[in-house]
Design a protein around this ligand. Structure first.
Ligand code: ATP
Length: 268
């Protein structure tokens, strides 16, 4: 893909977490290399799948891209601007364009807020008027397939799939160009997963939004991604177009990961 089509570029990204050892008087501190020299790009309207086993650093990469974690070193550029260099205040204009959808919508949605409050929170932070908020909520509920009367409901009054739709509506409120989807289907019933996956697919087609789609579910990633990156112990082992990666994995770790996927045919 052409270089000028790049939306997010990550260069040699590292994130080390301090880990203390011994009692508090013995202050020897070592570092956990959660992300260790990761480089990739996400293009406009593209989905990059990020797979790997638990603890390989996927969520930390997502948080570093969004600057929810400040990287230890490396670059994260959005439309050519390195976000790592910016102060929190300088980052503010970029925040609306970079959003996140979490694994467990129940944990990420304030239980004391109605759906209306949840969706309009980011809008109000960006000084939208009451009329703008009302109109946008109506529009967003429609986009994610929820009925207008649901605006008055609280998170516990939604089903799991509906709650994730609410999370998607909130992420879309400020018209983002890039969304980190961090295991967005893992907390949902299998029967509901396909619906939410199709919704994300439709939104990409409609609005041209790009996704970094984090999952340990290789079949879900295969369905939604244009390209796939495989992470292991904080590093990217292989990054390739979806079909090439699944049909002809080059790295032994990718081969091992794919061969560990159960095949639904008992004869195989
Ligand atoms: N805030 C933190 N402080 C210290 N260590 C952390 C922190 N966040 C993550 N880690 C560690 O960094 C490593 C990578 O974690 P991360 O959550 O990014 O992995 P992951 O691939 O997303 O795993 P999972 O699929 O289980 O969510 C893990 O060893 C984790 O314990």
């Amino acid at each position: 893909m052409a270089k000028d089509n790049v939306l997010v570029e990550v260069n040699n990204l590292t994130k080390y977490f301090p880990i203390g050892s011994g009692g508090f008087l013995r202050k020897k501190v070592t570092e956990l290399k959660a992300v260790d020299g990761v480089t990739f790009a996400v293009h406009h309207g593209e989905t990059l799948g990020l797979v790997g086993e638990s603890g390989s650093g996927k969520t930390t990469v997502g948080k570093c891209v969004l600057q929810l974690h400040r990287p230890t070193s490396g670059e994260v550029s959005f439309k050519g601007k390195n976000l790592v260099d910016l102060t929190d205040k300088q980052l503010r204009p970029f925040r609306p364009k970079l959003q996140v959808i979490f694994q467990d919508p129940y944990e990420s949605l304030n239980p004391r807020f109605t759906a209306y409050d949840i969706i309009t929170e980011p809008l109000r932070l960006h000084h939208a008027t009451k009329t703008e908020c009302r109109n946008r909520v109506k529009e967003l509920l429609d986009i994610v397939g929820l009925a207008p009367y649901m605006a008055e409901r609280y998170p516990h009054e939604f089903s799991g799939g509906q709650r994730q739709r609410l999370g998607v509506a909130r992420a879309l409120a400020l018209q983002p160009e890039f969304i980190v989807c961090d295991e967005p289907l893992s907390a949902l019933d299998v029967s509901i997963q396909a619906q939410v996956l199709n919704l994300l697919d439709d939104l990409q087609r409609q609005f041209g939004v790009a996704y970094l789609f984090i999952s340990h579910d290789l079949s879900v990633v295969r369905h939604i991604s244009h390209r796939v990156a495989v992470m292991y112990l904080g590093k990217i082992m292989e990054i390739a177009p979806r079909d090439a990666l699944y049909d002809r994995p080059l790295h032994p770790y990718t081969q091992a990961l794919l061969s560990a996927v159960p095949v639904p045919d008992p004869k195989v």
